[in-house]
Structure formats: C-alpha cells, structure tokens
Design a protein around this ligand. Structure first.
Ligand SMILES: C[S@@+](CC[C@H](N)C(=O)[O-])C[C@H]1O[C@@H](n2cnc3c(N)ncnc32)[C@H](O)[C@@H]1O
Length: 326
C-alpha cells in the first residue's frame, strides 16, 4: 500500500468518525456549521501553490475543525476527496469567493467607503483584501458565531479598528437599527454582500433586509451582492448541474440533507425572475448574474484547472445589483 492510499484511508475513517460522532449526534455544529464548511474550502484552496490558486485566505485555517489533518493532506488530495463526494463543489465555492473579492476591490477602489458583510461567518475579507485604508467594515452575523470567530482570530487581528462587529438575527431584528447604532453613515457609498446566506433565512427576512438596505442611504450609491440557490433544485435538480453530471438528483438531496443536519436547513430558494422582481421592488437594478458555468473559463482555465462540463455545479447564483443616488 502506498502513502497516498494510506492517507486517504486515514482521512476517510477520521471523517466517518467526525460525521457519526458530531454531525449525526447534532452535538458540535450549533450555529457555525456552514460557516466552518465554507472556511474549510477556502483553507484547502489556500494550500495550493501560488500560481495554481484562485483565492488565498491564510486566516481560514483558524476556524476549521481538523485543520492540521487537512494541512498534511494538502490541496490536491483534499480537492480530490471533495470531488469524490460532490464534483464541482469546491470550485463553485472558490468561484463565489473570488467573484466577490473582485467585486469588493473594484467597488471600493471606485467609490465605496463602507463595506457591510451580511452573514459574515468566517469571512476574512476585512483582513485579507487590499482595500483603501479609510474603508469602514461592518461584519454582521449572529452573536454566537461572532463570539466564536473573535475567540479564534489570530491575536494580532482581534482588535482591528476598521472592522466593527454587529450582531443580528435577520429573521427577527432590524438591520438599519443595528447598523446605525454601530456607526454606519448613510451619506457614504456602500457595498453590501450577502454570501451563502439567503437560503437559510426566510423570504420575508430577505425582503425586509433589502428594503432597509435600499433606505440606508442619503444621496449615496449602493452596491448589493447576493448569492441564491436555484429553485429548480427542488423540482428539476438536473438543470442545476452540467450535462452528464453523475447522480445529480442524489447529490442535490445530499447537499440539502447535510446542511439541515448541521442545523441550517435551506428554506428559501429563488428563480432568476424572483430575484429580478425582488430587486426591482426596492429600486435596485440587476447588473450581473453568474454561476460556476460562467466563471469556469475566467478563473480556472488560466490556471490549467478548467472543469469538464460533467463536473459543473450550478446550483447557486451570484447576483450583483446597484441603486444609484437619485
Ligand atoms: C454558509 S455561512 C456563510 C458565511 C460567509 N458569508 C461565507 O461565505 O464564508 C452562513 C452564515 O449565515 C449566518 N446566518 C444564518 N442565519 C442567520 C440569521 N438568521 N441571522 C444572521 N445570520 C445568519 C450564519 O451564522 C453563517 O455565518
């Protein structure tokens, strides 16, 4: 038996143990299960050689259970294992991260003076992107998740002055009240991102959040990013995957099952039309709507990592909208 196979077997038994012991028993991932899941993929990507990676997040490893095992396995083996379970899942999340990184850097370079990260989880853009030093960042999430995050951040990053933590439950609390109390300035151009969150909160909560964002401005421009899960996942799951994707229906069910199992079920799914309508209702204009299929050749092809059609995972979309000062 060679080392590669031995390592895979060790990893699979540890994963199985963790899965049975903690996930199936519902005992460890109370509120940060999905935030950890995304941070884990960012950590894996950051282990790739600099000329092979799509994003770099050296902070992610601080939030990930079993980070030292993943480090030993390295990028290639970790991506390979993820692919065995769900082809395209890792690349989908990395495309999402990179797309938002680029959007935030561009918007801040052009005009935004404030950046509000909605459902920030273990997002580290406030630390890792090269943003204008005068930018004010508001990280918004559930109190419990923020407490865990702050306790795990490297010591030299915990008291960063340009980042303010704002706790919220989108389903029950007003975003405006929380942001204004934290020092948000309505006169400044602002970018808001809602990454990997809309599926977990009610449609009413998204509506009121968007309404409030639309009103949190006085003669200033607002840019809004939102990722959303495609409604077809429920009634036509195959349409959410590339041609020839193996067991598409089963994978669609597994992804939803695992999320529910860590205590964060997907309760709100949308169509392209739903999103356009929602944005229109609050005065936003949709400017972009992408998914992995569109970004495969932009981010992965130049690195020699372009995915074949039968590994494309399109079940989440990346929408950008603007509301200009009137
Ligand atoms: C999948 S994680 C995404 C985290 C981060 N945006 C990223 O992409 O790395 C979902 C995040 O939404 C937050 N969230 C879920 N429901 C929420 C609610 N009702 N109010 C506030 N935050 C919520 C979770 O705490 C978690 O951090």
């Amino acid at each position: 038996m060679n080392w590669g196979i031995e390592l895979i077997l060790i990893f699979l038994s540890i994963s199985e143990f963790i899965f049975k012991k903690f996930i199936m028993e519902d005992s460890i991932f109370r509120k940060d299960g999905t935030a950890q899941g995304v941070a884990k993929q960012r950590m894996i990507e950051s282990l790739a050689q600099p000329d092979k990676r799509v994003i770099f997040d050296p902070i992610a490893e601080h939030f990930v259970l079993g980070a030292s095992i993943i480090k030993i396995m390295g990028h290639k083996l970790s991506v390979w294992i993820t692919k065995k379970f769900t082809p395209g899942f890792h690349e989908h999340l990395m495309a999402r991260t990179r797309f938002i990184d680029d959007l935030v850097e561009k918007t801040v370079a052009e005009e935004a003076e404030q950046y509000v990260i909605l459902g920030a989880g273990y997002d580290s853009r406030g630390h890792r992107l090269k943003l204008n030093s005068t930018i004010k960042i508001f990280e918004v999430d559930q109190n419990e998740v923020q407490n865990i995050k702050r306790s795990k951040l490297p010591a030299n990053l915990t008291e960063t002055e340009h980042i303010t933590y704002v706790s919220i439950d989108f389903n029950t609390q007003s975003l405006s009240e929380q942001l204004i109390a934290a020092g948000f300035d309505k006169t400044k151009a602002t970018i808001f991102t809602l990454e990997g969150v809309s599926q977990y909160i009610t449609k009413d909560a998204i509506k009121s959040t968007l309404q409030e964002i639309g009103e949190l401005r006085i003669n200033s421009d607002t840019t809004f990013f939102m990722s959303y899960v495609d409604k077809r996942l429920k009634d036509a799951p195959k349409d959410c995957f590339g041609e020839g994707y193996r067991n598409a229906e089963k994978k669609a069910k597994t992804v939803q099952y695992l999320s529910a199992k860590v205590g964060e079920p997907w309760i709100s799914l949308y169509s392209h039309e739903d999103i356009k309508e929602l944005l229109d209702e609050f005065g936003f204009t949709l400017t972009e709507n992408k998914c992995l299929k569109d970004l495969n050749s932009v981010y992965f092809e130049p690195l020699g990592r372009k995915l074949p059609e039968n590994e494309i995972f399109n079940l989440e979309h990346f929408a950008v909208a603007v509301k200009k000062q009137s």
